[in-house]
Design a protein around this ligand. Structure first.
Ligand code: CO
Length: 159
């Protein structure tokens, strides 16, 4: 079942997630919920804390459909950066221009426990950087300048 998306300023969003040590039936159930929630919310990516689980797993759209990645890590980043507009399901209606590496190499485990390495670029690289940030308790509003962040926080408090 799709879960309700946790929105800012819920504290779980700023907590660092726990690594997944073993792919148990519970983790498989969480993976399924994450995928269902991603599909329902029509996002490009979703991280477990956004459905209330502080665990290191994300779901991202790929050609074959929504896929999960366990304990994903960025192991290489291009020096080249790009500015692009991002949204976040935990900040409905907020879109920000964020500078990210144009290309990143990601290491992760599949749901079958297989270690994989992906080379992603452009929008896919942006989605992985955004979702992996979530696992470290970092939000896209943390990636803008101080004054812009203050302005956003003030606006969010008013809503
Ligand atoms: Co997000």
């Amino acid at each position: 079942m799709a879960k309700k998306i946790v929105t800012y300023p819920n504290k779980i969003l700023i907590r660092k997630c726990a690594e997944i040590k073993e792919i148990t039936p519970n983790i498989k159930a969480l993976a399924k919920e994450l995928i269902e929630s991603l599909i329902k919310s029509q996002g490009l990516g979703l991280a477990a804390p956004q459905i209330g689980e502080s665990k290191s797993i994300i779901a991202v759209w790929a050609e074959e459909g929504a896929q999960v990645f366990i304990n994903p890590k960025i192991i290489k980043k291009s020096r080249k950066k790009e500015i692009g507009e991002e949204g976040c399901l935990s900040f409905p209606g907020l879109y920000l221009k964020i500078k990210r590496a144009q290309k990143v190499e990601v290491e992760a485990l599949t749901l079958q426990g297989e270690k994989i390495k992906l080379i992603t670029q452009d929008l896919a690289a942006r989605v992985f950087q955004h979702e992996i940030d979530h696992l470290n308790g970092i939000l896209f509003i943390d990636r803008v300048g101080f004054w812009q962040r203050m302005k956003i926080k003030r606006k969010l408090r008013r809503n």
